[in-house]
Write a protein that binds this ligand. Sequence first.
Ligand code: PDD
Length: 290
Amino acid sequence: MSRVAYVNGQYVPHSRAAVHIEDRGYQFADGVYEVCEIWKGQIVDQTEHLERLDRSLRELAIRAPMARGALIRVMREVIERNRVKDGLIYIQVTRGVARRDHYFPPEDTPPSIVMTAKSVSATKNEAAAEQGVSVITTPENRWARVDIKTVGLLPNVLAKQKAKEAGAKEAWFVDKDGFVTEGGSTNAWIVLNDGTLVTRPADHGILRGITRSVVMKLAEMKGISVQERAFTVEEAKSAREAFITAASALVMPVTRIDDTVIANGAPGSIARDLRKTFHDAAELIKLGGA
Ligand code: PDD
């Protein structure tokens, strides 16, 4: 089955989907994005993701490319045309195409929008979760507004590649005071001995993950307490459990940080349970005929 992408108003074969060379996303990383999970033929946490997309656009003064309702219709169409039942949808909006100049282009420059959807093997993800993943730590070297979900991801790319070369799945950024900020494409969590979850407050130093917010809600439903505070690498290494969250990973147990094995080296029971029950706390919107 051939894949289909949405590019500025048209559905085109994925292999030929392209933007102009003077798209500001291409030239300046002047754009934002969202990734939503598709689970069992349902879009997960669509409202929260679209709220965050609006916020990212507002923070960068990029116009919304279309009204919310139209955007949702395109999302559904892209998912359905690609017959995705379990996977991800990617939405990217940039400040549009204009002659290269650092200043914003004229007011009437239309923003660019692209969407793609892909299937992801649920069994492969489950296998990773059964095993747990390793993370490495790396100095925080990103800009001061990582709360905006921009496509400017070069430090994240370099950190994750470093992780991969070290045989790990994720890299945790560590600030100058030794505290973990977040992963290259995930939020970072630890579990204390008494079962309390700890994750960094969502200020400007991390992306306020939607999966993170849903896990907080889920924890509340289960009577598990959550502390929003920074934790050090040392505290994480001696924690009862550690895990990462993202739309693309859900709740993924971490079993090793650098050279330190966490607890007994197996995924922790709290992370496993949060993963298994994650969708109980999520918003699920059914797709038709996917
Ligand atoms: N990444 N932190 C960073 C830096 C991220 O890139 C992401 C998501 C998260 C988790 O956010 P959420 O729970 O809303 O997915 C945290 C997406 C999945 C990506 O870049 O592919």
